[in-house]
Design a protein. Structure first.
Length: 221
């Protein structure tokens, strides 16, 4: 089987693959950053004693976590142009979709992280005269981030793998680049194999980093 592979097409295909990999990485970083920010707000909303805020946050998280990501991608890609009256583009649609979708998952991670911090830490902040938001930003959230950092990075690895789903709307990620290169040189098997190796290499490396980070955090505790 592998004797029929023609790896000579790899060199001329590198520009396609590199462009696709850059977009996949860019999408991962943007969705991770936005997801953590909005996810933290969702976590605080779910833990809030204000009923409407907690209800809306809970509804949003449950909705996003109950729907397949590829369906959310298609919804945003097809519905947003109807609302705005003009096409948004596959890349922008992917960024909006992933940020909104991942916020629900990062929100649950952050909620668990906040709840892992002993309540006495918050009470100590209040005793020092800090407000709720000052206590959260200076006392609780830094500890929550440290506790949940390995889980946040694991979710980011999953996010990087999920970026391949933007293939459904034609965004030029790594998988789409492999398809284009495979069609151009009539060697799809080689291109898909190379893209799979790239995904594996990046995810395996990041997983090793997460394991080392878990050990260090365990030592600190």
């Amino acid at each position: 089987m592998f004797s029929n592979l023609d790896l000579s097409v790899l060199a001329p295909s590198l520009p396609f693959l590199w462009t696709g990999l850059l977009f996949s990485a860019e999408l991962t970083v943007i969705a991770m950053s936005g997801g953590i920010v909005f996810g933290t707000l969702l976590a605080l909303g779910r833990l809030s004693h204000r009923g409407p805020l907690a209800a809306v946050s809970t509804w949003y998280v449950n909705l996003m976590r109950s729907v397949p990501l590829v369906m959310v991608i298609l919804w945003f890609f097809l519905v947003l142009p109807l609302i705005t009256g003009k096409p948004i583009g596959a890349e922008k649609s992917a960024i909006i979709t992933f940020t909104a979708f991942e916020a629900a998952f990062y929100g649950e991670i952050m909620r668990a992280g906040i709840q892992s911090v002993p309540r006495g830490q918050a009470w100590a902040g209040y005793a020092l005269g800090l407000t709720y938001w000052q206590t959260m930003s200076r006392v609780v959230l830094p500890q929550a981030f440290r506790n949940m950092l390995p889980v946040l990075l694991t979710q980011t690895i999953i996010l990087f793998q999920d970026t391949s789903l933007v293939y459904a709307i034609g965004a030029k990620d790594l998988l789409k680049a492999a398809e284009i290169a495979g069609k151009n040189y009539n060697r799809p098997v080689e291109m898909y194999l190379v893209s799979a190796i790239v995904y594996f290499g990046i995810c395996f490396t990041l997983s090793s980093v997460v394991k080392q980070l878990q050990r260090r955090i365990a030592i600190v505790r």
